[in-house]
Design a binder for this molecule. Structure first.
Ligand code: ZN
Length: 507
């Protein structure tokens, strides 16, 4: 997310001490998060592929897309006691085995290929939010697992109650801690095997934009839902002392979402609309690491096409949709020129109820009343590459997405400036930066560090390195060290001594 929708947080912000333990209590604790979006459908297909319950159909297509776990992902993966218990039940042949085999291995992974088909039934008036999701999960991690860990913000902001948790149609007992659903599979999912997981929950949207509420709320005439769909992820504490993004999500090859509303609403989503019937709308997205949406009954829409990408801006009366559209056109085309093509057919930018600018795949949130629109739009658009195309552990390595994104935004706009906080380490997690200096340290100092690196290497080599990083980790999980190492590999200079001073835990 971008930090600048409100006056700089550099001033005093009430420290939000997070009692990490107070999870079960109503969390009013809110933190602003911004995210980026990576677009949805690469080649929008009109027909839905696969039914919600088919277990074998994804096995082939998804396979190749699954990353062989970059080092960072492996490291980040929950360090669970893993017992290599390749049960003899599954033949080691093709990656097409269905179902589970008896036993336990006490292990999970985020290196899974999961397709999501979900329906959200919501009420704009009462804020009721009912989700029914079917995931088709193929174990592409190369090792046996026996549980899933799924992130959803509804667990922290929506008073979520799980109503269905079934694996291959057998009920399982899931537990929720913080924003993570721990879901036992009830057996072992061998490498290459596929299973079907159904999760339903009911929740209630927030009614304000304070704290983190703006991520899951219906306020100021807008309904907005971020990270609501239970998604394969690494358990990550939601509470943080700043507006950092506490999420880590791998890419899904295919997501199909149906929204059923109580009234006509215009939606901006990660996906492309593929079906519409009354107040029921269906959207699809491919190669996305999240599916966010925002809607209002009175959105006005303006659009343009840039390099084959359809940009749509949705805003309520009074929202400067033309200004935002111009900013989006400029940002998307200039950033694509530096970083490589934007991967989806549509890019939507929607006015939200408040909070921060926020990224999600193919969709950017811009809060009502935000200033510095050119900057804000450029920043969030940059996240389409750093977070969207290449993911990272946003909580534990915010440098990889926020510094890179903010650097790109300020580079194309000529907005480089000095930090208002003293020189800081750049290798810490979001939990280690204060509200006052998180933005100044990671975004400003972090971006300046990249810009200084560019000057030393020369622009040609530097941008080649950035594109190499984006291509190498495309739709996978990258990270700070991967980014810095690739830049170092693109110059005869030795950058490691420079890295050592600011990233002491990595070099
Ligand atoms: Zn950001």
């Amino acid at each position: 997310m971008a930090g600048m929708t409100r006056p700089p947080r550099v001033g005093r912000t009430p420290l939000r001490l997070f009692v990490v333990i107070a999870c079960l209590v109503v969390l009013a604790a809110a933190i602003g998060i911004e995210r980026l979006g990576d677009g949805s459908a690469v080649a929008a297909s009109t027909a839905s592929t696969g039914s919600a319950t088919s277990t074998g159909d994804i096995a082939t297509a998804a396979r190749s897309a699954e990353p062989p776990a970059p080092a960072t992902a492996v490291a980040a993966e929950s360090a669970i006691a893993r017992t290599p218990a390749p049960s003899p039940g599954t033949a080691g042949a093709g990656p097409t085995t269905d179902g589970l085999v008896p036993g336990t291995v006490n292990a999970t992974s985020i290196n899974l290929s999961a397709e999501y088909v979900a329906t959200v039934r919501l009420n704009f008036g009462t804020r009721s939010f009912l989700v029914s999701s079917t995931m088709t999960v193929t174990n592409t991690s190369g090792k046996a697992i026996d549980r899933l860990e799924l992130n959803t913000i509804a667990a922290r902001l929506g008073q979520m109650t799980l109503t269905v948790t079934r694996v291959d149609d057998v009920p399982v007992h899931a537990t929720v801690s913080d924003q993570t659903i721990h879901l036992p599979l009830g057996g072992i999912l061998e490498p290459g095997a596929t299973t079907t997981v159904r999760i339903s929950y009911r929740a209630i949207l927030r009614s304000s934009t304070t704290g983190s509420n703006w991520l899951f709320t219906r306020a100021n005439g807008v309904l907005e839902a971020h990270r609501w769909l239970p998604w394969i992820s690494i358990p990550t504490p939601f509470d943080r002392p700043n507006h950092g993004d506490p999420f880590v999500t791998p890419v899904s090859p295919h997501v199909r979402i149906t929204i059923v509303a109580d009234r006509p609403i215009r939606w901006a989503t990660t996906g492309e609309q593929v079906a519409s019937s009354g107040m029921t709308k269906t959207f699809e997205a491919r190669n996305v690491r999240d599916f966010a949406f925002v809607g209002a009954p009175d959105y006005r829409i303006t659009s343009a096409t840039v390099n084959g990408v359809i940009i749509r801006v949705l805003g309520r009366p009074g929202f400067p949709i033309s200004t935002v559209l111009a900013a989006a056109k400029a940002a998307l085309s200039r950033e694509a020129k530096l970083l490589g093509a934007y991967p989806y057919r549509t890019y939507e930018i929607a006015q939200t109820a408040g909070g921060y600018g926020m990224e999600s795949p193919g969709l950017t949130w811009i809060p009502a009343g935000a200033g510095s629109l050119a900057y804000l739009v450029a920043h969030e658009t940059g996240h389409q590459w750093f977070y969207g195309i290449v993911g990272n552990d946003q909580a534990r390595q915010p440098y990889a997405d926020e510094a890179a994104t903010d650097f790109v935004a300020r580079y194309i706009l000529g907005l480089r400036r000095a930090s208002r906080c003293s020189t800081a380490r750049l290798d810490l997690s979001i939990y280690r930066y204060s509200a006052a200096c998180y933005y100044e340290d990671i975004y400003i100092q972090g971006g300046n560090f990249l810009d200084d690196t560019r000057r030393k290497m020369g622009s040609t080599a530097f941008w080649a390195g950035m594109r190499d990083y984006l291509a190498t980790y495309r739709f996978k999980i990258g990270g700070t060290r991967a980014l810095l190492n690739i830049l170092d590999a693109h110059t005869p200079l030795n950058l490691i001594p420079r890295y050592r001073t600011r990233f002491p835990s990595m070099y």
